[in-house]
Design a protein around this ligand. Structure first.
Ligand SMILES: C[S@@+](CC[C@H](N)C(=O)[O-])C[C@H]1O[C@@H](n2cnc3c(N)ncnc32)[C@H](O)[C@@H]1O
Length: 260
């Protein structure tokens, strides 16, 4: 597969069920932080979740009482969204050209999806659909590189892709963190972004951890054989560290909110 930014952005469509099954969710503390930084609760708010994928970030907002609509460009991800979230409306489109009415939304969210947009187009679109006083919330959830095993794994992943991977770079796989250059917040909103970090963790089987890794775009672009070779080596490295076969994945969500 030829790697282009667009093909990589759409790589998730080939593995939507894998993505939904193994990608981490988000802690309730994240949604608390969004409410605090946006200055309003989800309950009763009109929310558009852009790049909603399979709905991992969308469903909790609905559970908090938001009137939420999902926006998703990918066929596979949108199909998986519909299966998993039959009660939440979804429209096809992307952050660069939102299929949404102007001045309507209290909150626009990009859960691990802002970096797939063209900010030159996505920012004006965000301004257009938000009502005055509405807020743009952008977040990324990374394995926490302050844990030694995460940092070591991240270094292995980066070395693997630098040594002949698909050419798109490792991106955020395996502890991307705030140093990931592609995570640039847009400028020019009504207020500057306020940012919070929310630490959390989950315990999952080693095989689920490996499946989670494989659902990242760098591996999806690489394809089966190369990915499997990396995962097999990783399994052997991690087994001694997690002898009971359960991996504790530590995460940090970095969430930034700006009010228009
Ligand atoms: C890493 S996934 C995040 C999905 C979901 N928000 C979550 O938290 O699990 C990135 C998503 O962004 C979507 N995407 C790709 N290009 C996009 C664009 N230009 N605007 C909005 N979303 C885009 C992909 O199809 C994919 O569903």
């Amino acid at each position: 597969m030829t790697t282009t930014p667009r093909s990589r952005a759409r790589s998730f469509d080939t593995a939507a069920a894998l993505y939904a099954a193994h990608r981490p969710g988000y802690p309730e503390a994240l949604y608390d932080a969004v409410e605090e930084l946006a200055g309003r609760r989800f309950a009763g708010a009109r929310v558009a979740d852009v790049g909603a994928g399979t709905g991992i970030g969308t469903a909790p907002m609905r559970a908090r009482g938001a009137e939420v609509v999902a926006v998703e460009p990918g066929d596979g991800m949108a199909a998986e969204f519909r299966v998993r979230n039959p009660g939440i409306p979804i429209v096809r489109g992307d952050g660069n050209r939102l299929p949404l009415a102007g001045a309507r939304f209290d909150l626009l969210t990009f859960a691990q999806s802002w970096h797939w947009t063209d900010p030159e187009r996505a920012l004006p679109e965000a301004r257009r659909v938000l009502r005055p006083g509405g807020a743009l919330a952008i977040w990324w959830n990374d394995l926490d590189g302050s844990a030694a095993w995460v940092a070591e794994q991240s270094a292995r992943i980066h070395a693997f892709f630098e040594a002949g991977g698909p050419g798109g770079g490792a991106g955020a796989v395996g502890g991307g963190g705030a140093d990931s250059g592609f995570r640039t917040l847009p400028r020019g909103l009504g207020s500057a972004f306020a940012t919070r970090s929310v630490a959390w963790s989950r315990r999952i089987p080693l095989e689920a951890h490996l499946a989670n890794l494989s659902s990242h775009s760098a591996f999806l672009m690489l394809g089966g054989a190369g990915t499997q070779a990396f995962l097999d080596a990783e399994r052997e490295r991690l087994r001694p560290l997690f002898p009971d076969g359960v991996v504790e994945e530590p995460y940090v969500v970095s969430v930034s909110v700006a009010v228009v």
